[in-house]
Design a protein around this ligand. Structure first.
Ligand code: SAM
Length: 324
């Protein structure tokens, strides 16, 4: 870390705002590239792989919800950390009714709005395109703001809360992780699902120990752990993650046992936790058609990640008791 960078980090950590602005401005300044540009990227296979994982995860849990619901009953979803709307089409294919998109990066959210408008235009032109869900946007730090007070009808409970590659930012501090999980718990209806994808904290630390270095990677990705790997804190275990022109910002380890405990406090019970590799192996037969549509998968991601799924228990309202 350069002295200038370190000075900025010190200022941030004492400002009370944490790294929210750093994360938001990082995502805000990422250029929106068209499909053609994106397909030339060095990480195109990794991107395709992530999209495939997310599609399978969404389909798996929406199918479960559909089985529990009456035919044609509305399906409502909250996407926390939706970014530029990379999953908008997945939600269309999944035939949902309403989507609430939220993100801390206002520019990304604007790009998400544009993508939705384009999709809507295309849908209107295509007579066989089916109905497109309605949408609303919340520009907010979801680890500090109560989302239910922000959306159009707070009395409505949602079927799925999805948080793809974003939940780990909340593990900067206990109050932020709690706020995030409270948002999930109180937005979901009983029987609803929380689905997400996060980096695998154990693997990130194990690799640093194996290599006897706080930093590792190659010219496509780099990880720099900014804490004592022999004594990582439960919250605020910061590392910098760089991925070929897409990500270069501070992230935080998610200590999974702590995540499970906190999620329980907000009415969520763990249903499944799986590494991408295992998820891929169980789902590849079902998803092979989708995978071939997304072009071939040649490389396995060079860094570890896992999926996590929570489900709202009937007594999630009791989570209110813990709130100050
Ligand atoms: N979910 C999208 C996807 O899968 O393509 C975007 C993932 S991107 C790696 C992480 C996103 O999380 C960014 O858009 C970032 O702005 C958002 N994010 C980070 N911290 C957040 C917070 N506290 N509240 C809301 N969004 C946040």
């Amino acid at each position: 870390e350069s002295p200038k960078k370190r000075k900025i980090s010190e200022d941030i950590s004492t400002s009370g705002e944490g790294y929210a602005n750093v994360v938001a401005s990082h995502y805000n300044q990422i250029e929106e590239k068209g499909l053609q540009e994106r397909s030339k990227s060095r990480i195109v296979f990794l991107r395709n792989f992530h999209n495939w994982i997310k599609s399978m995860l969404i389909n798996e849990y929406l199918s479960k919800i559909k089985l529990k619901k009456k035919y044609n009953a509305p399906l409502r979803v909250l996407d926390i950390g939706c970014g530029k709307g990379g999953d908008l089409l997945k939600w269309k294919k999944a035939n949902i009714t309403h989507l609430i998109c939220s993100d801390i990066a206002a520019v990304s959210l604007e790009q998400c709005k544009n993508r939705y408008s384009d999709m809507k235009e295309r849908s209107a032109r295509d007579r066989n395109g089916g109905n497109l869900y309605t949408i609303e946007y919340i520009s907010a730090d979801c680890s500090r703001v109560r989302l239910r007070e922000k959306y159009s009808d707070p009395s409505v409970k949602l079927d799925i809360v999805s948080c793809q590659f974003a939940f780990h930012y909340s593990f900067e501090s206990l109050p932020q992780a709690e706020c995030m999980l409270r948002n999930v718990g109180e937005c979901l209806q009983a029987g609803g699902y929380f689905i997400g994808t996060i980096p695998d904290a154990n693997d990130l630390v194990a690799r640093a120990k194996r290599e006897n270095s706080n930093t590792y990677g190659n010219d496509v990705y780099k990880v720099l752990l900014d804490f004592d790997v022999n004594k990582p804190p439960l919250f605020g275990a910061k590392y910098n993650f760089y991925l070929d022109g897409v990500v270069d910002c501070p992230e935080f380890l998610v200590h999974f046992p702590t995540f499970i405990k906190l999620a329980k406090k907000y009415g969520l019970k763990l249903v499944k936790k799986e590494k991408f590799y295992d998820f891929f192996n169980t789902m590849k037969r079902e998803g092979s058609k989708l995978l071939s549509n997304m072009s071939s998968l040649e490389t396995y991601p060079p860094f570890p990640q896992c999926t996590m799924v929570g489900s709202a228990e009937d007594d999630y309202v009791h989570a209110e008791r813990f709130l100050s």
